[in-house]
Design a protein around this ligand. Structure first.
Ligand code: GDP
Ligand code: CA
Length: 319
C-alpha cells in the first residue's frame, strides 16, 4: 500500500512513528513535510518540521522535548551569547547545528531542498520518503498588535519567543502563492492508496502545505480516500497553542470545527477522540465519515492503534 501523509513537526512525527509500527514492510510511506516554519539563522537554513520528522523516525530526537537532538550540548549558543548575537529565544544545540550546516552548505552548492533532505535522510534512515512540500522559500508570518503597533513577525518568533500569548490576527504563508510543489509531491498524491492528515496543526502545518498551489487540488482530486485525525481533544490542543492560530482563521478549537474547516471536498474520513463522541453526528452530517477512538499518542502502541483506525476508516470510505 502507498500511504501519503502531510506532516508538521511533533504531532506529525509522533503519529508517523505509530504508522510505521502499524504497517507492513511492503507498505510505502511518503511524507509531505511543512516548510513554512523554516527560518534563516546565523546564515543557516533551519527546517524545524522536517528535522523533527527525521530525528523522531531516525531515533535522534530528544524524546521529552519533542524537538531537537538527544544528549544535546549548547556550546555554540553560549559562544554566540558572548558575542551578543541572538536570537536567544531559539534553541539550536551543537548537534543540531551540524544538520543546519550540512543543509546550508548543500543549498549554497546549488542542491534543492528536496535533494538536501534526501541526503540528510541517508544518515537518519527514517523509514519513509520525506519530501519537503516545496523547494521554494515559504515562511509563515503572523500579524499581531502590541505596544509596538501592528506588524507581521516570523511564525517562530510568535510561537517560540511570544508563546502565542498575543492574539494572532492573521496567518500569512509568505511565498506560498508562487511556490511550486516539490518534485514527487503531486505524483505521490495522485498515486496514493491512502492519504492521511496526522494530528498536526491544521493552520500552520497542514494548512501551510495545502496553501502551496496545486497541493490542495491534488488532495481533493486524488482517487485515494483522505482520512484525518483531530489534534484537538475536548476543545483544546493536546500540546501547544493551536487554538491561537485557529482563532486567527476564524475556526473554533473543536474537533468538529477543524473537520468542517477542511471540509468534505478534502476529507473522506475524520477521527475524533472518544472524549468528542458528541461531535461524530455533526461531522457525518457534513458528509465526512467520522469515528471516535482514543487519540492520545501516549506511546508507540497507542499511536499505532490510531494509525490502524485511520487505515480502517480509509477502507470503509474507499469509493
Ligand atoms: P509542530 O509543528 O511541532 O507544532 O507539530 P504538528 O503541527 O505536527 O502537531 C501539533 C499538534 O499536535 C498540536 O496541535 C497538538 O494538539 C497535536 N498533538 C500533540 N500530541 C497529540 C496527541 O497525543 N494526540 C492528538 N490527537 N494530537 C496531538
Ligand atoms: Ca511546526
Amino acid at each position: 500500500m502507498r500511504i501519503v501523509a502531510l506532516a508538521g513537526g511533533i504531532g506529525g512525527a509522533r503519529f508517523l512513528r505509530g504508522l510505521l509500527a502499524a504497517v507492513g514492510p511492503q507498505d510505502e510511506i511518503t511524507v509531505i513535510g511543512n516548510t513554512g516554519d523554516d527560518i534563516h539563522l546565523y546564515g543557516l537554513k533551519v527546517c524545524p518540521d522536517l528535522d523533527t520528522v527525521m530525528y523522531t523516525l531516525g531515533g535522534g530526537i530528544h524524546e521529552e522535548q519533542g524537538w531537537g537532538r538527544t544528549d544535546e550540548t549548547w556550546s555554540i549558543k553560549a559562544e554566540m551569547k558572548e558575542y551578543g548575537v541572538g536570537p536567544e529565544w531559539f534553541g539550536l544545540g551543537d548537534r543540531d547545528f551540524a544538520t543546519h550546516l550540512v543543509r546550508s552548505q548543500m543549498l549554497t552548492a546549488g542542491y534543492s531542498l528536496s535533494q538536501v533532505t534526501e541526503a540528510l535522510c541517508v544518515r537518519w534512515q527514517p523509514g519513509v520518503r520525506l519530501l519537503p512540500m516545496s523547494d521554494d522559500r515559504v515562511e509563515t508570518h503572523v500579524r499581531i498588535t502590541d505596544e509596538q503597533g501592528t506588524r507581521a513577525i516570523h511564525f517562530q518568533e510568535y510561537w517560540v519567543r511570544l508563546h502565542a500569548a498575543v492574539d494572532a490576527e492573521a496567518i500569512i504563508p509568505v511565498g506560498a502563492d508562487t511556490a511550486k510543489p516539490a518534485p514527487g509531491v503531486l505524483e505521490a498524491l495522485a498515486e496514493a492508496d491512502v492519504i492521511l492528515f496526522p494530528p498536526s496543526n491544521p493552520v500552520v502545518s497542514i494548512g501551510t502545505i495545502l496553501a502551496v498551489p496545486g497541493i490542495r487540488e491534488a488532495v481533493a482530486a486524488a482517487p485515494a480516500p483522505v482520512v484525518g485525525l483531530s489534534p484537538i481533544i475536548g476543545g483544546a490542543p493536546v500540546r501547544g497553542m493551536a487554538d491561537k492560530v485557529l482563532a486567527a482563521v476564524g475556526v473554533e478549537a473543536t474537533a468538529e470545527a477543524v473537520a468542517l474547516n477542511y471540509g468534505p471536498a478534502l476529507l473522506d474520513g475524520w477521527l475524533v477522540d472518544t472524549a468528542d463522541d458528541a461531535a461524530v453526528a455533526a461531522v457525518e452530517a457534513a458528509g465526512i465519515a467520522c469515528r471516535a477512538v482514543p487519540l492520545l499518542m501516549t506511546d508507540v502502541e497507542a499511536t499505532a492503534a490510531m494509525a490502524r483506525a485511520a487505515l480502517d476508516l480509509a477502507e470503509q470510505v474507499r469509493k
